[in-house]
Design a protein around this ligand. Sequence first.
Ligand code: URA
Length: 235
Amino acid sequence: MTRLNKYIADSGVTSRRKSEELILQGRISVNGKTVKELSFKVDPEKDIVCFDGEKIARQKHLYFLLNKPKGTVTTTNDEKNRRTVIDLIRTKEKIFPVGRLDYNTTGVLLLTNDGYFANLLTHPKNNVPRKYEVTLDRELEEDDVQKFLKGILIDGVKGKFTSLKFIKRSTKKIVEVTTTEGRNHFVKNMFKALSYSVTSLNRTHFGIFSADIPAGTYRILSSPEVKKAIETYAK
Ligand code: URA
């Protein structure tokens, strides 16, 4: 059973909050009877839900995990006609990326047609961790490690890494950082603030998801994975 407002939002008519308004306005009926109760639940397989007398069908939600390759833009279409992440996924449904990665950044990128799911994973208040493997133009100085962990002003707003590790004994040019920040170019801007430049960037983890497939390939998320992500980040 599904809450009526979720059913309406899932059908693509409007958001969950606006769905509640439609219910209170008496514009929603279930099996021919107007329902004004916000806690009402429907059986998506059996019940007929109408909005202003017209049947609304529940949209099937799709969830993909792409291991984004270099040289792809994270938009639904590009004005310069470059290859987009959407071009890599075979589906007729209209999907969109959950957050963004730069043109040459590789790694975990989720795509979906579920606005609720996308918002949950990208909303700053949910503190979804992102882990990146970063290659720098020069060795990272020990003093700077503490600065990154304490926080640095980026465009006037403090940003920080929650963890920073050297992942190779042989070089301090390659590090692994974790952050809950989703601002555009965040990792590059953090390093730029202390005069490093990022020569390669790979997102190995996004929330509970990891880059567990080869670069340039994608897979469909299973229902338990989607459910687990929702349970983890919906507070
Ligand atoms: N931070 C960046 O600078 N670029 C990305 O693609 C992702 C995070």
